[in-house]
Design a protein around this ligand. Structure first.
Ligand code: URA
Length: 211
């Protein structure tokens, strides 16, 4: 598993405002969108391209375009939805699938409650969006879902990760697939309620309110 921590002053600045408990939901949503676009730049570094012959106003030349089959972007509902526009802004031709997983607050296990994905993901580059890599349970379940459907290249885009979750993910994935994790920061630890410390609180609640 490859880990990429985006090291950029704009990322650090936006993340600091996100962490601040006094930041309002509208500002939080806007900043998540901007931050994900910066992370998407790193996350798409290995997106597959193929040669494309074009004619400029001056001369014929060969460039590249995103190869078929197109990548698929999968926000993990609900908080991952707040990352979708930021990601598709850089990958407008990607397809979008949806996976609804929530954490059972007692067992901390991931439970699937919604799924809209192609049955066959062979040869597809998958981009999973989930703001918080905490215990890793949701992302391990999501990656398993993708691998069961034939995907072998999965890039996870998160705002924050805990060392515990990264270790869980690494152990679960092994050498079954090429998995990359792109994050804005790796925080200190999880607390007794499995929240990331210092973190930013409940990402879903901060994006969409407590419903
Ligand atoms: N999910 C969140 O939204 N925040 C955390 O800190 C951990 C899991």
């Amino acid at each position: 598993m490859r880990l990429h921590v985006a090291d950029h002053p704009l990322v650090a600045h936006k993340l600091t405002v996100l962490r601040d408990a006094s930041t309002s939901s509208p500002t939080f949503r806007q900043l998540v969108d901007e931050l994900v676009t910066l992370l998407a730049y790193e996350a798409t570094r290995d997106v597959r391209v193929e040669p494309a012959d074009i004619v400029t106003p001056v001369a014929p030349t060969t460039g590249v375009r995103i190869a078929d089959p197109s990548p698929i972007v999968v926000p993990i509902l609900r908080a991952g939805l707040g990352m979708l526009d930021g990601m598709t802004r850089l990958l407008p031709t990607a397809e979008v699938g949806f996976l609804g997983l929530r954490r059972d607050e007692e067992t901390l296990e991931a439970i699937t409650y919604a799924n809209r994905l192609p049955d066959d993901l062979s040869g597809r580059q998958v981009f999973l969006l989930d703001p918080m890599l905490a215990t890793g349970g949701t992302l391990v379940a999501s990656i398993d879902y993708m691998l069961d459907r034939g995907a072998r290249e999965v890039t996870v885009v998160c705002l924050l990760a805990a060392p515990e979750g990264l270790a869980t993910l690494e152990a679960a994935v092994g050498d079954r697939a090429e998995v990359s994790v792109v994050v804005a920061a790796v925080d200190e630890r999880l607390n007794e309620k499995a929240y990331i410390v210092p973190g930013l609180g409940d990402a879903g609640d901060r994006l969409y309110g407590i419903v």
